[in-house]
Design a binder for this molecule. Structure first.
Ligand code: FAD
Length: 475
């Protein structure tokens, strides 16, 4: 008893997972409450993730592109950067999308409750209103009674314990705020988020160092894709420190002094004007009072779920970053739809074969399904189809022919099992390879599909034809 609001479906967290789930549940006839602590809908992705980073990366890519135009007979001169205007542009982009979501929620009669939610028992969530900075604890409280619930509380950036609390040490949210362009910037962690933000800052004038514990940048991507990226991007970096540990850091008057350990580590501590911590994200599973609802949470804060996204409590589902890797918006959206449909009694389940990954750097790197290393590790014999963009009319016309497209086929069934693209617009093209994998396409299906000429996407058909040439037993 004693609930202020009652609903069929409560969704906790309004990121891509949460709003997708809430909208689908409403479309299926449920009375839905969406609880969110941020002032706007959209979660990390829209507010401080995918979207603002892409707004800045687009600007950086255009600046880099035209900086090479002098050789084509076109000169623009040195760019003059107005950071305040650039920040305003980024905020406008975010505002358009979050405003659009609010309108869509209203249209579907989804009730948005603003505040920090915590479970009280398996059917109640308490929400403390967030009245503004620092007033969280004193705000008004409401209790919501729900029949079913979808937990979509996401993740947050991991902080290294020894990093000083200092405005010159930021996570991705701080980096996106773009307060200033530093002279020397350290990127802690050579993954997608760190290298995307590094691209923006370096184009705006910063010199970069990157430190990565593993033996290569962009862990998870095919090494030959990364090689092309690294060759093109070498001029941005003073120092790429692989297999290197960051062991200490100290805030000084002149900058953040950082010490490293490892074969490739500089012996002397290095001084930076800005340090970006991009060493990964941790799920928020331990911050929502899950135990009071009886929801099992793993040691690291991930919530285990079945293929219908159900937790151990059958009427409570969980989706998105909080249930595991890969922490990607499109995975969260797909899971959100599955959970809402399952809650409505449909037979939906998560059975996607593959989830594509994209680094929106310059050039972009995109991959889906098995990489060559993974195929080898799993003992799957593969046939390769490789198409270099130095043979692509469009890539040459674009003055950007450094990329390539690569497809991997199961040597026995000839069905496609993976693919990777490095080059401009790689991310916009990887969906075709994902579709081919989901449909069980083989090299002939892809190679005989007529692709428009001259396009970069044509390279997918041509890579398939290249593989076909090597599979002589294909029809
Ligand atoms: P989130 O987006 O994290 O949303 C969770 C929401 O829950 C948040 O709004 C949070 O405020 C709210 N919340 C949490 N706890 C509570 C509580 N107790 N009460 C009330 N509300 C709560 N992914 C991509 O696919 N493509 C990209 O290009 C991309 N770029 C990225 C760039 C950056 C800089 C970052 C940081 C991430 C990027 N990601 C990208 C990852 C992507 O943002 C996440 O995978 C995605 O946002 C996860 O969605 P989600 O719904 O699980 O959670």
């Amino acid at each position: 008893g004693g609930a202020d609001i009652e609903c069929d479906m409560l969704v906790l967290g309004a990121g891509p997972g949460g709003y997708s789930a809430a909208f689908r549940a409403a479309d299926l006839g449920m009375n839905v409450v969406l609880v969110e602590r941020y002032a706007t809908l959209g979660g990390v992705c829209l507010n401080v993730g995918c979207i603002p980073s892409k707004a800045l990366l687009h600007v950086a890519a255009v600046m880099d592109e035209v900086s090479h135009f002098e050789a084509l007979g076109i000169s623009f001169g040195k760019p003059a950067v107005d950071l305040a205007k650039l920040r305003a542009h980024k905020e406008k982009v975010v505002g358009k999308l979050t405003g659009g979501l609010a309108a869509m929620a209203k249209m579907r009669k989804v009730t948005v409750v603003r505040g920090v939610g915590e479970f009280v028992d398996p059917h109640h969530l308490q929400v403390r209103e967030t009245g503004g900075a620092g007033r969280e604890a004193s705000g008004k409280q409401q209790t919501i009674r729900f029949a079913q619930c979808i937990v979509a509380a996401g993740s947050q950036a991991v902080r290294l314990p020894f990093m000083p609390k200092d405005p010159r040490v930021v996570d991705s949210t701080g980096a996106l705020a773009l307060a200033a362009v530093p002279r020397r910037m350290l990127i802690l962690g050579g993954g997608i988020i760190g290298l995307e933000m590094g691209t923006v800052y370096s184009t705006l004038g910063a010199r970069l160092d990157v430190v990565e514990m593993l033996d290569g940048l962009m862990p998870g991507a095919d090494r030959d894709l990364v090689r092309v990226w690294q060759k093109m991007n070498a001029p941005r970096f003073d120092n790429i420190m692989l297999k290197t540990k960051t062991v200490a850091a100290e805030a000084t008057k002149d900058g953040i002094l950082v010490r490293f350990e490892g074969e490739q580590a500089p012996k002397e501590p290095q001084l930076y004007d800005l340090v970006l911590q991009a060493v990964g994200r941790a799920p928020n599973g331990k911050l929502i009072g899950a135990e009071k609802a009886g929801i099992a949470v793993g040691d690291r804060g991930f919530i285990p779920v079945d293929t219908q996204m159900r937790t151990n409590v059958p009427h409570i589902f969980a989706i998105g970053d909080i249930v595991g890797q890969p922490m990607l918006a499109h995975k969260a959206v797909h899971e959100g739809h599955v959970a809402a449909e399952a809650a409505a009694g449909q037979k939906s389940a998560f059975d996607a074969r593959v989830i594509p990954s994209v680094a929106y750097t310059d050039p972009e790197i995109a991959w889906v399904g098995l990489t060559e290393d993974q195929a080898k590790a799993q003992g799957i014999a593969v046939t390769k189809g490789h198409f270099p963009w130095s043979a692509s009319g469009r890539a040459i016309a674009n003055n950007r022919d450094e990329g390539f497209t690569k497809l991997l086929f199961d040597a026995q069934s000839h069905r496609i099992v993976g693919g990777g693209i490095v080059g401009t617009h790689a991310g916009d093209m990887i969906g075709e390879i994902a579709l081919a994998i989901e449909m069980g396409a083989d090299a002939v299906d892809i190679g005989k599909t007529i692709h428009p000429h001259p396009t970069l996407g044509e390279s997918i058909g041509l890579a398939a034809e290249a593989a076909h040439g090597t599979c002589t037993d294909l029809p």
